[in-house]
Design a protein around this ligand. Structure first.
Ligand SMILES: NC(=O)c1ccc[n+]([C@@H]2O[C@H](COP(=O)([O-])OP(=O)(O)OC[C@H]3O[C@@H](n4cnc5c(N)ncnc54)[C@H](OP(=O)(O)O)[C@@H]3O)[C@@H](O)[C@H]2O)c1
Length: 249
């Protein structure tokens, strides 16, 4: 399915993001034009250098929730209506219950959930989106089951799965589809760091909990491509689990 002449916003598109970069490469390979969002301009430029097509780099801090509506207006004036958005930016980490603060709650929820919600609000306004637009948020299996010491990350990702259900109902009248992709841990730099932290024994157990093996970032990108393309025209309000079988066990 060709995405030529289609325009997508991809947040979390920095060169050192595992999944964001893979999504950019996948959509670029199918001819889409991308608006790359993240806080570090040089990290977005580095991603743009890896891509074939002409794309736009727009540094923005998604924690500035109050500014998202006016910021979206400038994007719309400059680049026109979008065919979809992929919200991959996130705040990740551990949050044991004994150490949780109000600031920490905001850190997780602002980027992982509230920014997704405000982007949806902004880009579902008339003239901000094209016919059959598709909005995709990157959730996590953490939002589908309990994970020790990860309450805030897990809850912020669970909120995304709830968001797509309600938003899908409200935006169907505009032919906008809204879906979530929920990966398990993917291979890459972050996974390697985590394996180093937890040691050989626990790493093997974690890998074994994925019957099909760990997903690569490209596996997640393939699902995003499916959900933004017309291959999934009748799919909305759902969370697509991409986890090598992790949740099946
Ligand atoms: N990696 C995994 O194993 C895994 C597993 C399950 C789910 N996920 C989910 O998949 C998505 C991608 O994961 P990832 O590990 O590739 O990327 P990530 O490191 O979580 O985030 C990608 C980029 O988001 C940007 N970002 C963070 N805060 C931002 C903010 N306030 N405003 C704008 N941009 C911001 C950062 O770039 P800047 O610093 O330049 O802003 C960062 O490089 C995330 O939603 C993550 O929760 C990942």
């Amino acid at each position: 399915m060709n995405l030529k002449d289609k325009l997508y916003i991809v947040t979390g598109a920095a060169i050192d993001s595992d999944i964001g970069l893979a999504i950019c490469k996948k959509l670029d390979a199918h001819g889409a034009k991308l608006i790359l969002i993240g806080r570090r301009e040089e990290a977005l430029e580095a991603t743009r250098c890896q891509l074939v097509g002409d794309h736009y780099v727009v540094p923005y801090n998604l924690s500035r929730l109050d500014d998202i509506l006016p910021w979206a207006k400038t994007i719309n004036e400059k680049y026109g209506p979008i065919d979809g958005l992929v919200h991959s930016a996130s705040f990740q980490g551990y949050s044991p219950l004994r150490s949780i603060s109000a600031k920490q709650i905001n850190n997780y929820f602002d980027v992982n959930f509230s920014a997704a919600l405000m982007l949806t609000t902004a880009f579902s306004r008339t003239k901000y989106y094209s016919h059959n637009a598709s909005f995709v948020y990157i959730g996590s299996v953490a939002g589908q089951r309990g994970l020790k010491a990860r309450t805030l990350y897990a809850a912020s990702k669970a909120a995304l799965s709830s968001l797509v259900q309600s938003a899908a109902l409200e935006l169907a009248i505009k032919s906008i589809r809204v879906n979530c992709v929920a990966p398990a841990i993917v291979s890459g730099a972050k996974a390697d760091k985590q394996f180093q932290t937890i040691g050989e024994h626990q790493s093997q157990a974690l890998i074994a909990a994925h019957p099909l093996g760990l997903c690569a970032p490209e596996d997640v990108a393939n699902s995003v491509y499916f959900l933004v393309s017309d291959l999934s025209l009748k799919i909305t309000g759902t969370t697509l689990i991409v986890d090598g079988g992790f949740l099946a066990g």
